[in-house]
Design a protein around this ligand. Structure first.
Ligand code: NAD
Ligand code: ZN
Length: 416
């Protein structure tokens, strides 16, 4: 169990009034202020386990207790694990649970889906302490997490991620969001899961492209914050990928643990993203929105993150702040993971034009995260980069991937 909080309390997090300065007498000045100051204590549990749905595993049963629950899963999870999930709840959990399938993809991750979940919760009379449990990828956890933040002004949320992105990112984060008005993650809430239960066994059935998608986020963390994680990946990434993260089992477990720990550490410093706009976890997330949008979302998020990691690292080397040797290690890891270094159709002008919007979201400056070694990073402002630099970086990456833009047939052909 990883405790990302600094205080011990139970859900729901209750504001503790530490100071209430007020007077029962009006001052007669026409300006009387009652000020309530409260501290929001937050605890978030992440449990790593195997065989979560087997009858001998009591973790899920213990988490739910006798509170009842609404279990929300995606259609592929229903097809692959629906029977097991229902059997588990019927045989293990004392209070009957309710189930619903949320048949949504990224393109339909919308408020309508959130309302569907809230309406189902209301229909089954879900109580205010009963959890909504998401079993699926990031789309499922985002929809049900946002529903959990809204229904009865917030009920507990339990995440059981079944994708690699879910295990190391979407399923343990504090944020939930859906797309709206053509904008990605336009409506959302900070609603941390009460508990995330991680079982890498679900990855056995995950399509390889989605596995690589998650791998990109792990490469991100490894490159800027964990030399140990980087070394493990550099050694075993081919086997991890071909076995869907089942072997070498020790490495798979350690990689997931280090990734989760890295993510929670970053979160605990800056839970509501108000403290600092220099965030290591933004590595790979400055140019990536351009790649996703410009490809009409044919390039998945993680694939775009890999392209961004490659370009940001190449830029750092051109600027002389990352050695050629370290750059080679980073680019080799991306390639060995089966991810691409460059996108043949990239337009430097459109990419350049997309950057002010990114800077605006980071309080005015780009804060481009660049590695300065394996496990260390620095931040570059808008003034440090230029279209010429982007073009030079892109050309070098094209040369390294022999101009082929290695999006291969089993994933996607977006090379032009
Ligand atoms: N809230 C956050 O902090 C956060 C963080 C990262 C990503 N996200 C969001 O997560 C989404 C991406 O998540 P994702 O990559 O998990 O995608 P996803 O939820 O779309 O899942 C990918 C595909 O795999 C299927 N699937 C899920 N588990 C499976 C399994 N075990 N076996 C076979 N198929 C399975 C799904 O049904 C889906 O078709 C995006 O919408 C992104 O915005 C949110
Ligand atoms: Zn990401």
């Amino acid at each position: 169990v990883i405790d990302a909080s600094d205080q011990n309390t139970t859900h729901p997090a209750v504001p503790v009034v530490s100071e209430l300065s007020s007077s029962t007498r009006l001052t007669g000045t026409g300006r009387d202020v009652l000020r309530m100051e409260s501290q929001h204590h937050q605890i978030q549990n992440v449990t790593l386990t195997r065989g979560l749905l087997s009858a001998s595993n009591t973790i899920l049963r213990d988490c739910v207790g006798s509170r009842g629950a609404l279990v929300v899963y995606s259609s592929s999870v229903a097809r692959l694990y629906g029977r097991q999930i229902r059997d588990y709840f019927e045989s293990q959990v004392s209070e009957p649970a309710n189930f619903m399938v949320v048949d949504r993809a990224e393109s339909s991750k919308s408020m309508a889906a959130v309302i569907e979940v809230c309406e189902r919760a209301a229909d089954v009379g879900l109580g205010r302490t009963s959890p909504i449990i998401a079993i699926g990828g990031g789309v499922c956890s985002d929809i049900s997490g946002l529903a959990a933040s809204l229904y009865r002004r917030g009920v507990p949320h339990i995440n059981i991620p079944t994708t690699l992105i879910g295990l190391i990112d979407a399923g343990i984060g504090t944020k939930t969001a859906v797309n709206h008005g053509g904008r990605k993650s336009a409506l959302g809430a900070f609603h941390p899961p009460e508990h995330s239960l991680l079982d890498a066994g679900f990855l056995v059935t995950l399509p390889r492209r989605h596995l690589r998608n998650g791998l990109a986020e792990i490469i991100k963390l490894a490159t800027v914050s964990s030399p140990e994680l980087f070394t493990l990946l550099a050694r075993d990434v081919s086997t991890l990928t071909s076995s869907n993260f089942q072997t070498p089992s020790r490495t798979a477990e350690r990689v997931i643990l280090l990734s989760v720990n890295g993510m929670l550490t970053e979160l605990s410093h800056n839970l509501f993203e108000t403290a600092d706009y220099r965030r290591k976890v933004d590595f790979g997330h400055t140019f990536s929105p351009y790649f996703e949008v410009a490809s009409g979302h044919a390039i998945l998020h993680g694939e775009a993150v890999a392209l961004d990691i490659a370009l940001s690292s190449q830029i750092a080397t051109i600027l002389g702040i990352l050695t050629e040797e370290d750059l080679d290690q980073i680019l080799s890891l991306i390639q060995e993971s089966g991810l691409s270094l460059s996108w043949g159709a990239m337009s430097v002008d459109t990419l350049w034009a997309s950057l002010p919007a990114v800077a605006k979201h980071r309080d005015g400056d780009l804060n481009l995260v660049v590695p300065v070694g394996i496990g260390a990073c620095d931040y570059l402002g808008m003034g440090a980069i230029s279209p010429q630099l982007l073009r030079a970086g892109h050309e070098r990456l094209q040369q390294r991937s022999h101009g082929t833009s290695t999006f291969s047939a089993d994933r996607l052909d977006v090379s032009v």
